[in-house]
Design a protein around this ligand. Structure first.
Ligand code: ADP
Length: 863
């Protein structure tokens, strides 16, 4: 049997190492795929499947994509859940002996895919390691160089809460931890990989070589190190551009669990799953992608540190109060590119001249930005101003060297600016003006030799030559080297002409090579300043986020909340930021809120469906979150005592995928709240107990309410919307409970929603009214009214029957009491008879009296 061709053998060897990937095998200007990879890829990418002779007398299925447009094909495969391995030619094919050397240069997965179009959001990859008492988590976005790590206690719900904040596109778990893998698999529709984890020493080694972060303990090192190991193995680059490492403690931030974040629609709307109509959609008016990402991070992790919150608030206030400055800063920010992302491009050496020009344009505005910032006096803005490095040297370097109109390709020249390098200028001059140079040379030689008709010509055999006619032979100088004799003329070359020819012929290539070499030097010089560039990027990011908050506050009439360590939440004329935006400011009815840990601990909110209960409760939670992010709030006035955790149990969301019933989901969410809430927490309960029968539901709601209200148990600030009107009785029974209702006005068969929260309970459900509003046919409504009436009547009849029974029972009891009283009386009478001293007649009379009384008593009992 014939052997495989050498190239196919090489392919086979390489493919062996990346069996689980689709291998992009570089062949000249194409990436080719073979065998099964080709079959899969041609289908997924909708490209032609061909075949190539692979030596075995057989043809291998093959398909390919041009290398310069490979990115979009890779993106498609990644999105469809494949891993892609890139195999490049690592030596110059011209210099290769035998088959060109090829190596895998990168493995691309969902978490390591770098979007060249620079999407605005992060792309996190997460590593979960099981440690003593819980989990260590590390998240990295290799495109921006951000890395975060934290510890989560041994509670899978908390693990999921934390991971979901980052919405990672890839999660790594150890091969030796199948349980975690299963848990994650159940909860995330993400690419989860089981990999071999390395030991702690190797972890520290990797940390020290790549990211040099300050000391971390073993648990964190294990997680960071394993993530790094995976990255190094798949990306084959150094990760020393990861400078933004942050180890944080979950309890140092306002904790909002996964359900609550989803219910409150913090980053995406439940229905559309888009950012629009979410709180983030309102708050993110950032000019740069960096600012957008930071606002999302601030929203996922609001603060609990009162000093830090107020630093942000003061900065936002200053920007808010200086509208002209704000507008000027916004204009500058508008011109700034995603420079955070450039750092990874440096690391992958994929920076092109256009990127450097973008960087230059971004740096260009920095002196002006610094000048504008210097006009502020709040601590945070002052600090940002002084930390803002205007990177003048980097600007100068790029400005002097890189052509503004440089193309993306580094192999086509036109990168280096005129005046930066003498050789570049000369070569460019040559390649552009070759004709001119030859004419100049001809002119020069004519003058030097005195040969008037001396001519420069070109042929394929000798290249450029000097032609002298017979009559002038005597004038030919010695330095002329004869090359060809014709009938009437001689052809010569000179050293100078050879050099000129060489330059003319090769100028273009030489120029391209030289420009590329210079570009690499410039790129490396800029890269050496990456620390400073990243620090500046951080400053810009924060400024952008603060400006966005100020802009949102101005556009939407928000006010600065007073955030303090007390425990009162007082909101005057608060609004729901998203609903207000949707229905318009003037259509939204603002409402007040008064919560504290004493008299106003638990607010029971009743009112018909659609009255606005959920909106109201969410609005309180959103205002607290916004305040703790350091953002202005939709209210006329707000005092926010810092909250440690926010919980919500809203609506009935069936979790079909996990096979749990609505009620089960509801109860486990309630259980989670009761387990984790503290007296500093804010809880929202919307219709707890709805998922089961009335009495069950009511009892559960009642008991839950008692439990959260009880200071010795939880004593959290709670908003409790319910349709169990019975619960309003608790106002008098449990201290700290207050009844509120969302007011409606009844007008005949219709109700008008007033959307106003007022004190007191509500004793009607208005269900049929709401059904009428919803457009249920009048016939059905009338029938419903009839049924309701009957039920109510039956209810009354039942009540009356009950009353009657009660009366009968009372009388019966009375009779019993009467009879037993009589019995005692009779016995006493008999006892008192002095038998020896009475006459037979007297005895007979007494007997007759007693008998009479017994008959009377018996008659009464029978009644
Ligand atoms: P409930 O929870 O009582 O059933 P929702 O809070 O879902 O009612 O409110 C129903 C609708 O009423 C919302 O979608 C919103 O459009 C409108 N709404 C709620 N609160 C207000 C308000 N304060 N001002 C104006 N419209 C409101």
């Amino acid at each position: 049997m014939q052997e495989l061709t050498p190239m196919m053998q090489q392919y086979m060897e390489i493919k062996q190492k990346v069996k689980d990937c689709i291998l992009f095998f570089r062949l000249g200007d194409f990436y080719e795929m073979f065998f099964d990879d080709a079959i899969v890829a041609s289908k997924e990418l909708e490209i032609a499947l061909t075949a190539r002779d692979c030596g075995n007398n057989e043809k291998a299925p093959m398909c390919g994509v041009p290398y310069h447009s490979a990115h979009s094909y890779i993106a498609k495969l990644i999105e469809k859940g494949y891993k892609v391995a890139i195999c490049e030619q690592v030596e110059d094919p011209k210099l290769a002996k035998g088959v060109v050397k090829r190596e895998i240069t990168r493995i691309i997965t969902p978490g390591t895919f770098i979007d060249e179009n620079f999407s605005r959001s992060n792309n996190f990859i997460c590593c979960v390691t099981e440690v003593e008492n819980g989990f260590a988590l590390t998240f990295v976005d290799i495109s921006t160089g951000e890395m975060y790590a934290c510890l989560v206690e041994n509670d899978t719900q908390k693990l999921i809460n934390e991971i979901s904040k980052y919405t990672p596109n890839e999660i790594l778990v150890s091969l030796s931890e199948p349980d975690i893998y299963e848990v994650l698999k159940r909860n995330y529709n993400t690419f989860i990989q089981r990999v071999n984890f390395i030991d702690i020493d190797k972890c520290y080694e990797l940390i020290n070589t790549h990211i040099q972060i300050a000391t971390v303990d073993d648990t964190i090192a294990l997680s960071v190190g394993n993530l790094l190991n995976y990255l190094v193995e798949t990306q084959k680059i150094s990760f020393n551009y990861i400078k933004k490492f942050e180890f944080y403690k979950i309890q140092n931030y306002l904790q909002i669990d996964f359900n609550t974040r989803r219910n409150l629609e913090l980053t995406e709307s439940i229905i559309t799953r888009s950012k629009k109509n979410s709180l983030l959609g309102i708050l993110d008016q950032a000019k740069t992608s960096m600012g957008s990402r930071l606002i999302k991070k601030w929203l996922e992790r609001p603060l609990i540190d009162v000093v830090e919150i107020n630093r942000r608030l003061d900065a936002v206030e200053e920007l808010y109060n200086n509208f002209t400055l704000l507008v000027q800063i916004e204009e500058l920010l508008d011109g700034i590119y995603d420079i955070e992302r450039l750092s990874s491009k440096f690391a992958y050496k994929s920076i092109n001249a256009k990127d450097l020009i973008s960087l230059k344009k971004s740096i260009e505005v920095l002196p002006r930005l610094k000048e504008l910032l210097s006009k502020f006096s709040s601590n945070l803005l002052k600090e940002l101003c002084s930390n803002l490095d205007t990177l003048d040297d980097v600007y100068e370097l790029i400005h002097s060297s890189i052509d503004e109109n440089a193309s993306v390709s580094l192999k086509e020249g036109g990168i280096i600016k005129e005046g930066y390098d003498e050789d570049v200028d000369r070569l460019r001059n040559i390649s552009k003006n070759s004709k001119e140079l030859l004419i100049q040379y001809e002119e020069k030689e004519r003058n030097l030799t005195g040969i008037k008709n001396l001519k420069i010509g070109y042929n394929k055999v000798f290249g450029y030559y000097i032609e002298v006619t017979k009559s002038n032979y005597s004038l030919v100088p010695e330095r002329y080297i004869r090359k060809q004799t014709l009938a009437n003329a001689e052809r010569y070359v000179t050293e100078e002409l050879k050099k000129l020819e060489d330059e003319i012929v090769n100028a273009e290539q030489k120029l391209i090579d030289l420009e590329y070499q210079l570009f690499c030097e410039i790129r490396d010089r800029v890269e050496s300043q990456i620390d400073r560039i990243q620090k500046t990027a951080s400053c810009i990011t924060i400024i952008d986020a603060l400006c966005s908050f100020a802009r949102v506050a101005i556009d939407n009439r928000y006010t600065k909340p007073a955030v303090y360590l007390g425990d009162r939440i007082f909101i005057k004329n608060g609004r729901h930021p998203v609903v207000e935006k949707m229905i318009g400011h003037s259509n939204f009815v603002p409402n007040d809120t008064e919560l504290d840990s004493n008299q106003n601990r638990v607010l029971i909110i009743t009112g018909p469906n659609m009255a606005g209960k959920s909106t109201y409760m969410r609005q309180v939670a959103l205002i607290v979150i916004m305040a703790q992010m350091g953002c202005f709030v939709p209210a006329e006035e707000a005092q926010i005592g810092i909250v440690d955790k926010i919980f919500s149990r809203i609506g009935a969301s069936d979790d079909i995928s996990s096979g749990q019933s609505t009620f089960m989901v509801e109860m486990s969410e309630v259980a989670n709240i009761l387990k984790n809430a503290t007296s500093k927490s804010l809880i929202i309960f919307d219709e707890v107990g709805r998922g089961t029968s009335t009495y069950d539901g009511l009892s559960i709601a009642w008991a839950v309410l008692e439990y959260v209200a009880d200071k010795t148990r939880i004593g959290a600030k709670t908003l409790f919307a319910t349709h169990y009107h019975e619960l309003t009785e608790l106002e008098d029974k449990i201290p700290g409970v207050k009844n509120y209702r969302v007011d409606v006005k009844e007008e005949g068969k219709n109700i008008i929603f007033l959307r106003k929260i007022v004190r007191g309970g509500c004793d009607s459900s208005y269900g049929i009214h709401v059904a009428r509003l919803a457009g249920i046919p009048e016939e059905v409504l009338q029938r419903a009214e009839q049924i309701l009436k009957k039920l109510e009547e039956a209810d009354i009849n039942r009540k009356e029957a009950k009353k009657l029974r009660r009366e009968i029972k009372r009388e019966f009891t009375e009779q019993i009491e009467f009879f037993s009283y009589k019995k005692d009386e009779i016995i006493e009478k008999i006892e008192n008879i002095d038998i020896l001293n009475i006459t037979p007649i007297q005895a007979l009379n007494i007997l007759s009296e007693l008998k009479h009384e017994i008959i009377k008593a018996k008659e009464r009992q029978l009644l």
